[in-house]
Design a protein around this ligand. Structure first.
Ligand SMILES: Nc1nc2c(c(=O)[nH]1)N[C@@H](CN(C=O)c1ccc(C(=O)N[C@@H](CCC(=O)O)C(=O)O)cc1)CN2
Length: 283
């Protein structure tokens, strides 16, 4: 039986990259099932995502070892991923549980190629919800005095549970620069506004005060600069003058869940490549 893999790479753009990558895969008996590419004239970088399979009598490790010298010669940042492997998520939540609820269902129903290894919260509210899905729940209260200890406990969980991606599902704590660095590229946050508008706390109150006619949600990678990380996915919905901040939050909650789920899917399917401060997303 053939086995599928994803090759995702970025490198300085030059003629012949696709030719050399596809030729190497061909020489190892691999078949390309899907390929997407983008050459960014502004950054001078080339981005490629190749879905390929290895024949039953093939050797994936040999393919990966043969690829390494080519990657080195082209200055590639690259990775190959087993399509069958389900990503392991650690979901962090505070008081608003709609995104957690959505991710629990989507992972359990296998809509997402991922499993939730555990839930962490600074409040006890969602212990029963996590338990109803047989997902371990860790109540880790946090304040200025114990923040370093609490974040150490989160990192220990990431290592112990072999977590691939940390999801801030309306987790209302600002991660320290140290934690952001330790998990660089592996933390996605859902911000409840259409960034760059209304960063920080209470974006629906900010939106109401501004009198906007659309609200939105933004999923982005987390960096030390609050709500400034590379944007992955966004969506919006129309609102009007009659809606209070609470009404905006109710309307916005559906958008938040959808945008976060789309961003998690894009990440776990290896469809996102970083392009400096921005992303390239192969849908
Ligand atoms: N280092 C980062 N941490 C977090 C990011 C980020 O981009 N970089 N995104 C936030 C998300 N966020 C809104 O989406 C957000 C969370 C928390 C706050 C805030 O002011 N929190 C207060 C405490 C609030 C409370 O205890 O209820 C604080 O930490 O002092 C603003 C925006 C998640 N983390």
């Amino acid at each position: 039986m053939r086995h599928d893999y994803i090759l995702a790479l970025s490198c300085p753009d030059r003629p012949g990259i696709v030719y050399r990558v596809s030729g190497l895969l061909f020489e190892h008996g691999c078949n390309i099932l899907d390929a997407q590419q983008f050459g960014d004239g502004e950054s001078g970088r080339f981005f490629l995502r190749v879905h390929f399979d290895v024949p039953a009598d093939g050797d994936f490790n040999a393919v990966r070892e043969a690829f390494a010298p080519l990657a080195e010669a082209c200055g590639m940042e690259w990775a190959m991923h087993d399509v069958q492997r389900r990503a392991r998520l650690l979901v962090l939540v505070s008081r608003q549980g709609h995104c957690l609820n959505d991710l629990l269902y989507r992972t359990r129903s296998r809509q997402l190629r991922a499993d939730i290894a555990a839930v962490v919260s600074n409040h006890p509210d969602y212990a029963q919800l996590a338990g109803s899905y047989d997902v371990p729940f860790h109540h880790l209260p946090v304040d200025a005095a114990n923040r370093a200890e609490q974040e150490r406990a989160i990192l220990d969980l990431v290592e112990r549970e072999q977590v691939d991606l940390v999801v801030l599902a309306r987790y209302m704590q600002i991660l320290s620069p140290g934690l952001c660095e330790a998990l660089a590229g592996r933390v996605i946050n859902i911000h409840h506004s259409f960034l760059p508008s209304f960063k920080g706390a209470q974006p629906y109150h900010q939106a109401h005060a501004r009198g906007v006619k659309i609200i939105g949600a933004t999923a982005h990678y987390v960096t030390p600069d609050l709500d400034e990380g590379p944007i992955i996915e966004q969506d919006v919905v129309h609102v009007d003058h009659s809606m209070t901040p609470a009404a905006l939050a109710r309307i916005g909650s559906d958008i938040e869940s959808r945008v976060l789920a789309r961003a998690v899917r894009l990440h776990v399917e290896h469809r996102i490549l970083l392009n400096g401060h921005r992303t390239v997303v192969f849908r």
